[in-house]
Design a protein around this ligand. Structure first.
Ligand code: ARG
Length: 450
């Protein structure tokens, strides 16, 4: 059995160990790549301030690269008796390099190590989420343009209301994603600040070069105040969770619309057979399970900010083991959202719309406002025109003219998809992912090391 990093002359009982390690052996595997990359930056800095020799640094970096390759190949696990990923990586180095392995922890604590690992991991995940949101955005805009001339009923109170269009419907969800992207960007910027060097939460007496690790890891800046850096644990997860929840809210609403509009009673859209599931008893069924599961998963994701908040609520400043539990809800959330985004983009791309839905007379009355406006435009006061059309409807003499002339910005005839795309592009440029990619690549490939 491996000893603990902190073990001296006593050890906790097996039960205490089981309870305190909790699910870390499983969940810390998510953090393994970040742990290794973070250690590469930390030891490069330690060498620069004389706490490691150049040879020791080279030996450690070489071994860390081997560990990173193993993690990427799926050959990494946290052994029984090892508490967490931080202990596991140090243990492997010590087994392979002897005492040199024990030197990597100078000027560091597992508290800033896990803070850093979480930030590196979350940063990578946000890069992926942003890419998938962009893919879904583009798919929605494509469908919006494709069906921009096809009218559909618009509802208020789920009562037939006014003409809408499939161009508006798809395009609305694309624009919704631009606002979600703002939240993702705010979250990303908060994530991209370096907590390394805060150690246990109060800094170190070693002359740590925190700017160096900030640059090596491609962070925008450091989280300067060491007490605040530690206070970022939980706060970072909560704010990122709000951004994920914002995306999830858009996708859940889209999924509900899609389920509703795919029902025979609406029949506005149709999913291809291969995107539906069947029933064990009713031979005719073609169910929109993908959208139902997406709706449920995305509704569940909207609970994440509250879950994180409640775990860390009312903790004073400084580290507490409570924070470990956040990983249980936070880490798996990304795979779930990414899965939903991928499925949604795929199925939206396959969706066909009913181009003849307005032939059905049950939608005739949605053209009433068009008629009122036509009369008003010809000089009849609006209120009189409204009353006349209302009385015609009651008398059964209203005859709809099934065409619309909406020209203002954002309306059926002027979707502004191009301007919405510009909005999205400018947001995407604001992330500047290239800087992070270049820094990580340099560190991993060793081109920065003397
Ligand atoms: N597993 C711990 C966590 O996620 C790592 C940090 C441990 N630090 C400590 N002081 N016990 O928070």
């Amino acid at each position: 059995m491996a000893t603990k990093l902190w073990e001296k002359n006593f050890a906790p009982t097996a039960e205490i160990e089981r309870f305190t390690v909790g699910r870390d052996r499983e969940l810390d595997v998510y953090l393994a790549q970040g742990d290794v990359i973070g250690s590469m930056a930390h030891i490069t800095m330690l060498e620069s301030i004389g706490l490691l020799t150049a040879d020791e640094l080279q030996a450690l970096l070489t071994e860390l690269r081997v560990i990173l390759a193993d993690i990427r190949a799926g050959h990494f696990e946290i052994e029984d008796g090892v508490e967490d990923v931080h202990s596991q990586v140090e243990l492997i180095l010590t087994r392979r390099l002897g005492d040199i392995g024990k030197k990597i922890h100078s000027g560091r604590s597992r508290n800033d190590q896990v803070l850093l690992d979480l930030k590196l991991w979350t940063r990578r995940q946000l890069i992926e989420v942003v890419g998938l949101v962009k893919d879904l955005f583009e798919e929605l805009q494509r469908q919006s343009e494709r069906y921009k001339d096809v009218l559909m009923p618009g509802y208020t109170h789920l009562q037939v209301a006014m003409p809408s269009s499939f161009g508006l419907w798809f395009g609305a969800y694309a624009e919704s994603l631009t606002d979600d992207m703002l939240f993702l960007q705010a979250a990303y910027r908060m994530v991209n600040r370096n907590p390394l060097g805060s150690a246990a939460g109060y800094g170190s007496s070693f002359p740590l070069d925190r700017q160096m690790t900030t640059d090596l890891l491609g962070f925008d800046s450091m989280a300067y105040n060491v007490v605040y850096a530690q206070m970022g644990r939980g706060k970072m997860e909560r704010n990122v969770a709000f951004a994920l929840a914002s995306v999830a809210g858009t996708v859940a609403k889209l999924a509900f619309d899609a389920c509703l509009f795919n029902s025979q009673n609406f029949a506005f859209v149709k999913l291809p057979n291969e995107c539906t599931t069947g029933s064990s008893i009713m031979p005719h069924k073609k169910n929109p399970d993908v959208f139902e599961l997406t709706r449920a998963k995305c509704n569940k994701l909207q609970a994440l900010p509250q879950q994180v908040t409640l775990i860390m609520n009312n903790l004073p400043s400084g580290y507490f083991r409570d924070l470990q539990i956040i990983k249980e809800v936070f880490l798996p959330a990304f795979d779930e959202l990414k899965d939903c985004l991928r499925m949604c983009a795929y199925i939206i791309s396959k969706m066909k719309v009913n181009e003849h839905i307005l032939d059905d007379p049950r939608y005739d009355l949605m053209f009433s406002v068009e008629e009122v406006n036509r009369l008003a435009a010809s000089g009849v006061p609006f209120r009189d025109a409204y009353k006349k059309v209302g009385l015609d409807i009651e008398a059964g003499t209203f005859r709809p003219v099934k065409e619309v002339h909406h020209t203002h910005s954002g309306s059926i005839g002027n979707l502004c998809n191009d301007r919405i795309a510009v909005l999205m592009d400018s947001l995407l440029e604001g992330f500047a992912f290239e800087k992070v990619e270049a820094a990580e690549r340099k560190l991993i490939e060793g081109t920065t090391v003397a």
